[in-house]
Design a protein around this ligand. Structure first.
Ligand code: UT7
Length: 325
């Protein structure tokens, strides 16, 4: 049997502070009714001082505990994030230091916005499949509250902060990642991006840009449905699956209408398409691992189930992962 990677532990960490739609009504010209019907979001978690590395280590600790492993057992750390605490060092290096992992292991970040976790998972899976490492920690963490213009109602109602993590272990068994498919098309970068927050050097003209997330919502919505639909088809074809063979789809949580469009395309019922967007909003890279943790711990995933993860984000980036639990 060929080498595969299997998820042996999951974790999540979200800030305690809850920001509800009613709270937002007092901040911008919006309503609970608009946010709920257009996005499915009711509340989101927002940091009040916590750093991204604290969220990431919180999720990692939980995943390691569930895996029954110690930080010293980890041989690779890959973090999907576009909102690190520092430009460098990477969040992965900070997590390595914070948790007291072995010196010398590879630890790095992957930037693919809301597809970040699936990109990080893809990279770690390839390290494991080629036999380079046996145990990897994969984290998705984002703190979008730091790149949001809290005066822009078109974007500030959509996002939340959080982290999710998984521990991957090499296996020759039947369970594990069956295939992973990641894609990007940089021609669409201006549809969803955040200008840099770097200081001006004395040799440059002043930049007119503020470091706030910008999104063309309608175009992004259409591309999210299209590309996630294509990624699902590709992943099903690769594994000779039809929707009836998939126990649960865990899509990136950006908008309940996007999730419903995917569900309708697949002809699947609500019970087999996971959503927790109501409580967290769009947590970018953290959205899939948080959802995976909650799906698992609410009994929605059983041993032997085929699970499909699918994501879409700025870049544009998108991808899908199929795994047997
Ligand atoms: O995770 C990465 C990927 N992200 C996504 O996939 C997000 C994709 N996009 C979306 O989810 C949706 O496009 C949004 C939720 C961002 C917007 O929903 P929409 O149904 O496309 O609304 P819209 O942008 O077409 O705006 C409709 C109306 C506009 O008013 P007018 O021009 O019709 O008078 C907006 O100004 O809704 C208005 N509006 C709001 N009203 C109340 C926009 N934001 C708000 C708001 N509250 N927060």
């Amino acid at each position: 049997m060929t080498l595969k990677s299997r998820i042996i532990g999951c974790g999540l960490y979200v800030p305690e502070r809850v920001l509800t739609n009613e709270d937002l009504e007092g901040m911008v010209d919006t309503s609970d009714e608009w946010i709920t019907t257009r996005t499915g979001i009711k509340e989101r978690r927002i940091v009040s001082g916590e750093r991204a590395v604290e969220l990431a280590t919180g999720a990692a600790r939980m995943a390691l505990k569930e895996a029954g492993l110690k930080p010293k057992d980890v041989e690779l750390v890959v973090v999907g994030t576009v909102t690190p605490d520092n430009i460098f060092p990477s969040t992965a290096c900070l997590v390595q230091a914070e948790l007291g992992m072995k010196s010398g292991i590879p630890a790095f970040d992957v930037a693919a916005a809301c597809s970040g976790f699936l990109y990080a998972l893809d990279v770690a899976d390839r390290y494991i499949k080629t036999g380079a490492v046996k145990t990897a920690l994969v984290i998705g963490v984002d703190v979008f509250s730091r790149i949001i213009d809290w005066k822009d109602r078109a974007t500030c109602v959509l996002f939340g902060d959080g982290a999710g993590a998984v521990v991957l272990r090499q296996t020759r068994g039947k369970s594990g990642i069956l295939s992973s498919h990641i894609h990007s098309d940089g021609r669409y970068w201006e549809m969803l991006y955040t200008p840099g927050a770097l200081n001006e050097s004395p040799f440059e003209k002043k930049s007119p840009h503020k470091p706030f997330l910008k999104m063309k919502g309608n175009e992004t919505f259409r591309m999210a449905v299209k590309t996630m639909g294509e990624a699902i088809k590709e992943a099903m074809k690769k594994n000779r699956l039809s929707p009836k063979n998939i126990a649960l789809v865990i899509p990136h949580q950006a908008n309940i209408r996007i999730i419903n469009a995917i569900k309708d395309r697949l002809g699947m019922d609500t019970a087999r398409v996971f959503s927790n967007i109501e409580r967290y909003g769009n947590t970018s890279s953290a959205s899939i691992p948080i959802a995976l943790y909650e799906a698992l711990h609410s009994g929605r995933i059983k041993r032997g189930d085929v699970i499909l993860l699918v994501a879409f984000g700025g870049g544009f980036t998108w991808g899908a992962t199929v795994l047997r639990w």
